[in-house]
Design a protein around this ligand. Structure first.
Ligand SMILES: [Zn+2]
Length: 215
């Protein structure tokens, strides 16, 4: 786990002029749960640089999922083509980001309360992901419980979402019941019934790509 600190580091912030920043902002805004509400204001977009080891682990997972699908005569064509890759969001908070846009974010912090750095550093192995990693199709959904925000008064807490490439593989709903062979389970989101989460079993199926800080 410790080695991941060396292998995964934040690379660079995408400034306003970069075309990829526009693309990421559009993806984020289109994926809000309630588009009729005032759009969320994006403060910063940070690209996550993944090491070659992490990229390799992600691609190896894809190969395993595709191979399983072929062997089991899977009827879902996307699984055979690319492992059923989806772009999903992991909603959390970030506490190590300065309000000063001139300050570069270049590495993971060590604050226990910083959800972004802890999720990336641990390869989504935090207390919130013990029973699978809850990713959402909605960019403003929270994957972690936010009770802790009350304990963070005085800290610079920012709402954040980690944009993740995800090899969803074979997906089941809660109604279908859990099955060893499913790679992910769909769960509806509690009080906000319009929210949908995909509970991904294997962290190797997830590649964090960008962190978006928003208000
Ligand atoms: Zn941090």
């Amino acid at each position: 786990m410790f080695l991941l600190i060396l292998f995964t580091v934040f690379k660079t912030e995408l400034n306003m002029e970069e075309p990829s920043r526009n693309i990421i902002e559009t993806i984020f805004q289109k994926a809000t749960t309630n588009p009729s509400e005032k759009p969320r204001k994006i403060q910063r977009v940070i690209r996550v640089k993944n090491s070659s080891e992490i990229l390799e682990r992600f691609e190896n997972h894809r190969i395993i999922v595709k191979k399983e699908a072929c062997e089991q005569y899977e009827s879902h064509p996307r699984i055979i083509v690319d492992g059923n890759e989806l772009l999903l969001f992991y909603g959390t908070i970030m506490t190590c980001c300065s309000d000063d846009p001139g300050l570069v974010i270049s590495k993971l912090c060590e604050e226990p309360s910083c959800g972004v750095c802890r999720a990336i550093q641990s390869n989504f192995g935090t207390k919130y992901t013990k029973n699978g990693i809850p990713l959402s199709t909605s960019s403003d959904a929270l994957s972690e419980t936010m009770h802790m925000i009350g304990n963070l008064k005085g800290k610079n807490v920012k709402m954040a979402t980690i944009v993740c490439r995800t090899i969803a593989g074979r997906v089941a709903t809660m109604v279908d019941g859990e099955n060893e062979q499913e790679h992910a389970i769909i769960r509806r989101g509690g009080r906000r019934s319009e929210l949908e989460y995909l509970i991904v079993k294997d962290p190797n199926a997830i590649l964090p790509c960008f962190v978006i800080l928003f208000t």
